[in-house]
Design a protein around this ligand. Structure first.
Ligand code: OGA
Ligand code: NI
Length: 366
């Protein structure tokens, strides 16, 4: 147990870093050779990982081709592939998903431009107030987690269920590109939710009617090059809290890993592809049929790596919305394994816990 003066010292260091409002990019620009202490993971965590590293396995998250998804025969195959991936990995990549490459490149460029601006310009958006529609910060859980993460994030709440984002709230350098991407990714979200509904044996619009497409939020992550990547983490191990996540990663540096069969498996960027994963709420709604897998982003010696995650978390501003295992999926042989949750309470619990302490669905098991 750390003594109280060590804790105070750490809080001072975190505050000093937070007050710069320049994020990890600011540290990196200063030309560091050593990782600052607040980013150093506990030695036992690093040691446990070195053991893992030796066991190389040649498995990959499935890549699913979405072309001709409206053709009945093709759709059946796609539904089957998605079902299998959602039940085993909880992750898959999609290609030929209909979002033009120029839109994907555009949003990555927009995020880069935002982070590369003068600190004075981006400072205006620096905040830890999650009710803001647009905010930028470094480690949303900086003061709750054990280790600060080696990344900066611009978060944009596009559609929280009750109010829509005002375009003028967005930074000018990424206003058009983020809105354009957001429109496309919402359409893709609708297609994927339709496929997932069918994969559960439900009507195509079932999950959409549950308002799963609401709560559309973009988390634009910027992972700078890191002087001592083995000691740091880009984004700590977690599962996503919402229903569905669609993630775009730039092509240059990989960093995303999924925990599969007890091992960390790299999810290499596929040209023009997008990573899709099941979130905790969909694991709960599907009564455990679909998996919300733990994943993380490692730090790299080269960079930057940029990713844009689009999270569909339900109507987050409708405080009384209740979700539980879908009735149609519950039978005598297959009884409910999760409790019902009130969306606002569920999200509050997540936000008040550091990502590295959060045990997701364990709290809601019956
Ligand atoms: C996330 C996430 C992975 C990445 O934002 O929840 O898992 O590669 N991101 O940035
Ligand atoms: Ni995630």
């Amino acid at each position: 147990m750390a003594d109280s003066s060590a804790i105070d010292e750490r809080i001072e260091m975190l505050k000093a870093f937070d007050d710069t409002k320049a994020g990890v990019k600011g540290l990196n620009d200063a030309g560091l050779f050593k990782l600052p202490e607040i980013f150093v993971r506990p030695p036992e965590e690093v040691a446990a990982e070195l053991k893992h590293e030796k066991a190389q396995v040649q498995v990959e998250v499935p890549v699913i081709d979405l072309s001709s998804v409206d053709d009945a025969g093709r759709r059946k195959q796609i539904v089957e592939q998605v079902r299998s991936a959602a039940e085993t990995w909880g992750f898959f990549q999609v290609v030929n998903h209909g979002i033009p490459l120029s839109v994907l490149d555009g949003v990555i460029d927009g995020v880069r431009s935002f982070i590369h601006q003068d600190v004075d310009e981006k400072k205006k958006y620096y905040s830890r107030d999650v009710t803001r529609t647009v905010l930028y910060n470094s480690s949303y859980d900086l003061f709750e987690s054990k280790t600060a993460s080696w990344r900066d994030t611009l978060s944009i709440s596009v559609n929280s269920g009750s109010h829509l984002l005002h375009p003028m709230d967005l930074p000018a350098v990424c206003r058009y590109s983020t809105l354009e991407y957001s429109k496309h990714v919402e359409k893709l979200g609708k297609i994927v939710l339709g496929i997932l509904s069918e994969a559960l044996g439900l009507q195509t619009d079932f999950l959409e009617n549950m308002e799963c497409l609401k709560g559309h939020r973009l988390h634009c992550h910027y992972y700078p090059a890191c002087p001592e990547p083995e000691l740091a983490i880009g984004l700590t191990k977690h599962s996503d809290t919402g229903f569905l996540t669609i993630l775009l990663q730039n092509q240059l540096v990989s960093g995303l890993q999924v925990l599969y069969d007890g091992r960390w498996i790299d999810i290499q960027p596929v040209e023009g592809g997008l990573v899709i994963n099941i979130g905790d709420l969909l694991q709960l709604a599907s009564n455990g049929k679909f998996r919300s897998s733990e994943h993380r982003a490692i730090a790299n010696r080269t960079g930057p790596r940029i990713s844009v995650g689009c999270f569909f978390s339900g109507p987050v501003t409708n405080s009384n919305k209740i979700y539980g295992p879908i009735d149609q999926l519950i039978t005598q042989e297959n009884p409910a394994v999760y409790k019902e949750i009130v969306l606002s309470e569920y999200l509050k619990k997540f936000l008040s816990t550091g990502l590295d302490n959060y045990c997701a669905l364990d709290y809601y098991k019956l």
